[in-house]
Design a protein around this ligand. Structure first.
Ligand code: 13P
Ligand code: SF4
Length: 326
């Protein structure tokens, strides 16, 4: 049975500086140089990985970083669709993912064959795909978006076109409300973000009555309505810097707390709890470890491979997104 008792809050107090890197992290930095590699890491990665990354960011920032990468190898510390995106935008680079099984429940909720069938039955739809989807789904889409630019992208879709938004119904509904566009929603969701509940967040707010709640748009509507701001992980960093609040509740994957502490050490971040847990890890993001990062650089595997026809078809809507986001 699920316990509804309040879990203790996971509080991350201000940090006073970085400890020296450990031997494994030093080995990774040496290998990175020797292999002419760049390490891109998503904000949800564990702190030891964040500390060896060249670029840390959200899906949008990392897509730009991948497109501009000059190094021979891109080691992508994130999940599979992110590494695939790097390969799509920069195909002459070798793209490595520390754990080939690091997938995404949201991406899995929209298989390409199901989308192809839906499109065939509804050929008038303009498909806006959240970047959390496979290369094959991107290849079937008209434009890609991320949580950081979804409103901007949907606003650019011709007004006479009906939109199908895949795969995240929560992000899609959030965008529909802000843009006032009628949007058909694919019934997908992120298993981790839907675990945040109003009751769990309200319980933690009784302990921190002045702390604003920051939520990711993949959260449910009830949680988004409760939040003081709903935004992408990178925009969370800007909000937390700007707000006068000294304590802030963060309703997204717990790795985000490390990024926030690193950039804003003078503030205290409280991980948004679920009904069962004091914080919320994405099991896919957490498959990457320092050992796997070292092994991937040393052995040049697991490498992202992609059918060239799918890659070029997927590039068109990604390129449209990058152009529309400028
Ligand atoms: P961001 O692009 O906001 O970092 O989100 C990525 C993601 O996977 C959220 O679950
Ligand atoms: Fe996918 Fe959710 Fe994990 Fe993000 S947090 S990578 S959407 S499963």
């Amino acid at each position: 049975m699920i316990s509804t008792a309040a879990p203790p809050a996971a509080v991350f107090p201000p940090k006073t500086g970085n400890s020296p890197l450990n031997a494994l992290q030093e080995e990774i930095l040496e290998l990175k140089k020797a292999r002419n590699a760049v390490i891109l890491a998503h904000n949800y990665q564990i702190e030891p990985i964040q500390r060896v990354a060249d670029h840390l960011g959200d899906s949008l920032g990392l897509a730009y970083a991948a497109a501009n990468a000059q190094a021979e190898t891109i080691l992508f510390c994130g999940v599979h669709f992110m590494a695939e995106t790097a390969k799509i935008v920069n195909p002459t680079r070798r793209v490595l993912l520390p754990d080939a099984n690091a997938g995404c429940s949201l991406s899995d909720s929209c298989p390409a064959d199901k989308l192809a069938a839906y499109k065939a039955a509804n050929p008038h739809l303009y498909v806006v795909a959240y970047i959390n989807c496979s290369a094959a789904v991107k290849a079937l889409s008209d434009v890609i978006c991320t949580s950081g630019n979804a409103v901007k992208i949907v606003e650019r879709v011709p007004a006479d076109r009906e939109i199908l938004f895949v795969p995240d119904q929560n992000l899609g509904a959030w965008v529909a409300r802000q843009t006032k566009r009628h949007i058909r929603l694919w019934p997908g969701s992120c298993y981790a973000h839907v675990l945040f509940t109003v009751s769990a967040l309200e319980r933690v707010r009784t302990q921190y009555p002045h702390a604003p709640i920051v939520a990711h748009p993949e959260c449910t509507e009830a949680v988004r309505d409760l939040a003081d701001i709903v935004c992408s992980t990178e925009k969370m960093v800007h909000f937390c810097k700007e707000t006068p609040a000294k304590e802030i509740i963060i309703a997204t994957e717990s790795g985000m707390i490390h990024r926030l502490q690193r950039d804003i050490p003078e503030k205290t971040f409280i991980a948004g709890p679920t009904d069962r847990c004091a914080c919320n890890d994405c099991r896919f993001m957490k498959m990457n470890t320092l050992e796997k990062v070292r092994d991937a650089l040393r052995d040049g595997t697991p490498e992202i491979q992609m059918d060239e026809a799918i890659r070029t078809a997927a590039l068109t809507p990604i390129q449209r997104m990058l152009d529309w986001s400028r």
